[in-house]
Ligand binder design. Structure first.
Ligand SMILES: Cc1cc2nc3c(=O)[nH]c(=O)nc-3n(C[C@H](O)[C@H](O)[C@H](O)COP(=O)(O)OP(=O)(O)OC[C@H]3O[C@@H](n4cnc5c(N)ncnc54)[C@H](O)[C@@H]3O)c2cc1C
Length: 427
């Protein structure tokens, strides 16, 4: 069994950027080589800016290379909760942004003929409890009425048309959700960024930052050299560290873990997820799953509230394997070929936060929903640094500091884990 991402194992990097010379001066420096950073670099370079992307490890090392590959519709919080918080019009706007984000991926794939196994097979939300099924029905009604979202409900009696499991009380299917090979997509984004004129620098962690005057110009120090940038876009997600303290205090990194089986017989795939939907359930300790392009079952979840490191990944992977056998007893004999984990960047309100602070531009806090949104926000932030702040719909959302949080996630993971576990039991 391999203890690293299936997606990175089955995709070829667009190049080796560990020796590239860091320029002395650029219009835009992008920090982070995930979707946010790669997309920002591509779109800013395409708009005529000189761009250097600085990545601490390798391109796609972070969450972008480790996720479920599910580009799903909808916010990280329920639509009805979003209406309660922000009112109908703003909630509709935020929701629609995710539809636009999937469209952007689809357009990029079509425009550049990208071979990234992109398919709009739909998203399915599964009710883990009877009370959750009632909630899903209300959400479906609101989504159809207010957003014109073409969601469909599948009750328990008919659930086998969507999933080979009797665990769930019903499903809401949204045909606008999509899946892709996230490793191939990320490496293609890097290639597009290079072709547009950006430079990429791996093993170039930004360890220090110095603001020049009171504007947006900064000197960024890396072990491979210092670059002066007119503007800086930070896309460091759950891996945000010390040089970006204000942002770090607003990101709780939470481990999410995945196991992937060996390729399964077609007849079993057709039983497990006959329509190859991107699926997730309604718990806080969420399970999510899909079929990979080569017919493996990918099963992920917040197995428990933990960070990600090799020992945590193995322990969490074992918990997930048991969960997978519970949901899909038919997979008991399937070999597990991959097991890994990564960090998602949760915010207090589980909303995206993007904008400008102390002369730095940033986009963070996708709260586990960044496959589509990070790529989209990279484009948006390229527009923002080009003088179009209105492109960023999230700019007026308050970005609350997590009380008492100074960047050590352990205590919050314990408290958060206990709280969300209790909610799952009581709901
Ligand atoms: C296991 C898992 C499953 C997920 N599944 C899904 C899913 O199915 N659907 C979905 O929508 N979302 C999912 N997500 C979330 C999604 O992957 C992320 O929201 C998204 O990839 C974030 O992209 P990003 O570019 O902002 O950050 P990342 O991809 O995390 O990239 C940040 C990069 O910044 C670099 N960095 C950090 N600090 C510095 C520094 N000082 N200098 C230079 N570089 C630095 C890091 O090395 C890292 O490579 C999942 C996440 C995980 C972990």
């Amino acid at each position: 069994m391999k203890m690293h991402s299936y997606w990175l194992d089955t995709a070829t990097p667009s190049g080796d950027y560990t020796q590239t010379e860091i320029p002395k001066e650029v219009d835009v420096a992008v920090v982070g080589g995930g979707y946010t950073g790669l997309s920002a670099a591509y779109h800013a370079a395409k708009a005529g800016k000189s761009v250097a992307l600085l990545e601490a490890h390798e391109v796609m090392w972070g969450a972008s290379g480790r996720n479920g590959g599910m580009a799903t519709t909808g916010l990280a919080v329920g639509f009805r909760d979003a209406i309660k918080r922000y009112g109908e019009q703003r909630a509709i706007g935020y929701f629609r942004e995710y539809n636009a984000a999937i469209d952007l991926i689809e357009n990029l794939v079509a425009e550049h003929d990208l071979d990234v196994d992109y398919a709009r097979t739909g998203k399915m939300t599964l009710a883990y409890k009877e009370s959750h099924w009632a909630g899903l029905q209300q959400s479906a009604e609101a989504l159809k009425r207010l957003v014109d979202q073409p969601v469909q409900l599948v009750d328990r009696a008919n659930i086998r048309s969507e999933i080979g499991s009797d665990v769930y009380y019903g499903a809401m299917v949204d045909p606008l959700g999509a899946g892709m090979h996230v490793g191939k997509f990320g490496h293609e984004l890097a290639r597009l960024a290079l072709e547009a004129g950006a430079t990429i620098h791996e093993r170039a962690e930004v360890t220090d930052l110095r603001r020049i005057g009171t504007g947006t110009m900064h000197d960024l120090t890396t072990p491979r050299g210092t670059v002066r940038a007119g503007k800086v876009i930070v896309g460091t997600s759950g891996y945000t560290g010390k040089p970006f303290g204000w942002m770090q205090r607003r990101v709780i990194p939470v481990g999410s873990f995945i196991v992937v089986t060996e390729p399964l017989p077609q007849v079993l795939v057709d039983e497990l997820l006959p329509n190859r939907r991107m699926a997730s359930d309604s718990k806080n300790f969420i399970y999510y799953f899909r079929i990979t392009p080569d017919n493996r079952l990918l099963f992920g979840g917040r197995a428990r509230f933990a960070l990600s490191d090799p020992s945590q990944d193995r322990e969490s992977g074992e918990i997930l394997k048991r969960a997978m056998h519970y949901v899909f007893p038919q997979t008991r004999d399937a070999r597990i070929d991959y097991m890994w984990g990564g960090l998602v960047d949760i915010s207090m309100d589980q909303m995206v936060h993007a904008g400008q602070h102390d002369g730095l531009f940033y986009s963070l806090n996708y709260s586990g929903h960044g496959v589509q949104m990070a790529n989209y926000m990279g484009k948006v932030m390229a527009e923002v640094v080009d003088g179009k702040p209105e492109a960023n719909i999230w700019r007026d959302l308050k970005n609350p500091w997590i009380p008492g949080y100074f960047g050590n996630p352990w205590l919050h993971l314990r408290v958060g884990g206990a709280y969300f576990g209790l909610q799952d039991k009581l709901s």
